[in-house]
Design a protein around this ligand. Structure first.
Ligand SMILES: Cc1ncc(COP(=O)(O)O)c(C=O)c1O
Length: 358
């Protein structure tokens, strides 16, 4: 079966990972700090703080800005992480509608009230969210979820704070992991303690210290156990080193699919994405096409079944979600990943065209 997504590691990174495994230190350490530093440079932020997931990173963004209660506006067209962190921080979650082509939150559909305390907007499928449009309507905290926008120029530049995800099928996978980027010195300092249950000195610094290596202080009961470790960070460093190669392959596959499907009348090719986290096209008879491809050993997926279709999250559908409720039924994600062979791409295209020619 050709999967929708598959992570890839090169020989150099494998050797570097083995070296960390044998080094006697697997926790948060120099590899984590190197990854944070290089990641911050790569996305053009002053600081990057490694986390053990994108979800933890989102939760900590609300916590570090002391957001507790009030309304969180987010998109229903995403993974549940963006909504659940609102509930974890006693917020009332409201979904707003998405744009027809980018699938990002549509600023026109946002209704700000006295209760609105934060917006989480997603760079959906690697396309930049309209943060200027949101900012025109809302002066409070805007969190950018750039989990899909690893290679997209401009991601992480306009919101108050940004999160990233290195989960196993993302475009910079480390197994699991996340990052928060910020330009704010105080937010950065506080995030350091919040990623370790409020502890004010990390183990690595304690081990490196000359005296009283056991000593540290706790002055708050905030935070999570959420920092990154050297095993995942060394994988992240390897992926970052190969970023041009990984990006180029995804974009090349996107271009080949676009060219192949541009004249298929049952398909609408997706809006361009620099990262191409998913190649998600609009197509007729979506479920039948998915079954047909599966019978030819080609996996597909739907990104996303919207959150307001989930039993628990129906309650957050308080306003019209016309675009969201319509477009997801037409969407199908085809395989796109670095090690996808060109013969496999050809097979996928052939099978899609065969299906519509039947
Ligand atoms: C848009 C988006 N945001 C956040 C997350 C959560 O990231 P993680 O799986 O690293 O917790 C995901 C994960 O799948 C996602 O797709």
């Amino acid at each position: 079966m050709i999967p929708v997504l598959r992570p890839d590691i090169d020989e150099q990174t494998t050797q570097e990972l083995i070296a960390v495994l044998k080094s006697g230190w697997w926790g948060q350490g120099q590899k984590t700090f190197d990854f944070e530093k290089q990641f911050a440079e790569y996305v053009g932020a002053k600081y990057a703080i490694g986390c053990n997931s994108g979800t933890a990173a989102l939760d900590l963004c609300l916590k570090v800005y002391n957001i507790k209660g009030g309304e969180l506006i987010t998109t229903p067209f995403t993974f549940v992480a963006d909504a659940i962190v609102g509930e974890w921080n006693d917020m009332d979650v409201t979904f707003a509608d998405i744009d027809e082509d980018s699938f990002c939150l549509d600023p026109k559909s946002i209704v700000i009230t006295d209760k609105t305390k934060a917006i989480i907007t997603v760079d959906s499928h690697g396309r930049l969210a309209d943060i200027d449009g949101l900012r025109d309507k809302f002066k409070g905290l805007i969190i950018e979820d750039a989990a899909h926008a690893m290679y997209t120029p401009g991601a992480g530049k306009k919101a108050d704070i940004t999160i990233w995800s290195f989960q196993a099928v993302k475009s910079l996978p480390t197994g699991d992991g996340g990052m928060i980027t910020t330009n704010d010195d105080k937010i950065y300092e506080r995030l350091r303690t919040l990623t370790w249950l409020g502890v004010e000195k990390n183990t690595f610094q304690r081990v490196g210290a000359k005296r009283y290596t056991w000593d540290y202080d706790i002055t708050q009961a905030d935070g999570l156990k959420a920092y990154m470790n050297d095993l995942t960070s060394v994988i992240g460093l390897g992926q970052l080193r190969r970023i041009d190669e990984l990006t180029a392959k995804r974009r090349a596959i996107q271009a080949v699919y676009n060219e192949a499907f541009k004249d298929v009348k049952e398909i609408k090719i997706p809006m361009y994405s620099h990262t191409c986290q998913y190649y998600t096209m609009k197509c007729e008879r979506r479920d039948e096409l998915s079954d047909y491809l599966a019978s030819n050993e080609i996996a597909t997926s739907v990104h996303f079944k919207p959150l307001n279709m989930m039993s628990y999250w129906k309650k957050a559908e308080k306003r019209e979600l016309k675009v969201n409720n319509r477009v997801w039924k037409e969407l199908l994600s085809l395989p796109v990943f670095n090690t996808l062979k060109w013969t496999e791409v050809e097979k996928i295209i052939r099978c899609v065209k065969e299906f519509y020619a039947r």
